[in-house]
Design a protein around this ligand. Sequence first.
Ligand code: ARG
Length: 454
Amino acid sequence: MQKLWGGRFSKQTDAITEDFTASIQFDYRLASYDIQGSIAHTSMLCKCGILTDEEESLIVEGLNSINQDIQANNFPFDPQLEDVHMNIEHALIQRIGEVGKKLHTARSRNDQISLDMRLYLREEVRQIIDLLKSFQSSILLMAEKNMEIIMPGHTHLQHAEPVLFSHHIMAYFWMLERDMQRFVDCLKRINILPLGACALAGTSLPIDREYTANLLDFSGVTENSIDTVSDRDYIIEFLSAASVCMMHLSRLSEELILWSTHEYCWVDIDEAFCTGSSIMPQKKNPDICELTRGKTGRVYGNLFSLLTLMKSLPLSYNRDMQEDKEPLFDTVDTLKQCLHIYSRLITSLKINAERMRLSINNDSSWATEMANYLVRKGIPFREAHHISGRIVAANRDIAEFTLEELKQFSELFENDIFEVIKPEYGINQKNSAGGTSLKQVKKQIEQAYRKRIE
Ligand code: ARG
């Protein structure tokens, strides 16, 4: 087959070279964006007098018909044509003849691929932001539904202080809120037109990049043609944001896995989101959580692939950069899948309030409130900490202490201490902004709703 770039070649490409260099097996996913970009490029060429009106409509018509066939799964992508750009351009020339050869005027695949990737990623990031929003809504509902449930809060995975379950789960809302802001921020740098950088140096033809940017709804045009075809920062930024987001999902997964163990029994993951064992009849495994935790490693790997891919590349375009696609596509697919399934899993999650509350009995998570009680009576915190610590060291259930016994540790204890060491009391006393009191949790939920409307 005559290659579109075949002019200076007298030999046929070896089949093994075609196979090795082809990217159509994965970059076919960019086809509709490639066509969208080509249509805008054609209109710009016409507006600038480089194409006639008639040539423009022939090319646009041809591209639309190719798009229809692609959407109908009726377009034969050919690895001999290397990539998505040349598959489409070749089909265009076949369909409309000579005039099709004018499409690639004032354009190179180097700026074209960046355009396709930006159009693709812009759309995907918008979808990811929507998925994050629905996931946040599931978390909000879960918090409201289980507003007053008390659980032991942990540090070092040891009982620390009692907290409201709604407070704990809302922590994930804010993690996802930051994720969303990161994606919104990424969009700013994705949404800039690279087309017109051409191979690396721009073009001597009289093009109008601003015009193309407007047609494609970009917020501006890139400033330096060499940077433009060298740059994959917008992909790396996306992969970083995706990695942080997956890290959050992975931490949630880890907690749900732990909480659904026989030992904890704090949550019940709906059967629709679990799988069984081929040998142990009793098993109901939290596979979605485990797979999400596992896929997080894979997304980190994709980020590292790209960072490593780019680290030693001289400016400007190098073919190495073709290797950016599979890690990007894989990350987009993985993240979207995880966010989607997690919204549903969280919506159907059942909380075992009794078991959560029971696990506080007999522990010493009253100790900080006891120290604060003594502080309110005028004892310096360090000393109060010590007194409370000595009571912990007695290693007895606090409910069994009499006031006389407590007074042996400090004369300042009065009967009201028995109220103070109740988890409910401690929780509602924690009324500092962002604290775990019911009042503060309600306030953060209101704040969260306000964010949703913004
Ligand atoms: N398939 C290439 C890529 O993904 C498109 C750009 C090719 N440019 C070139 N000069 N060979 O990066």
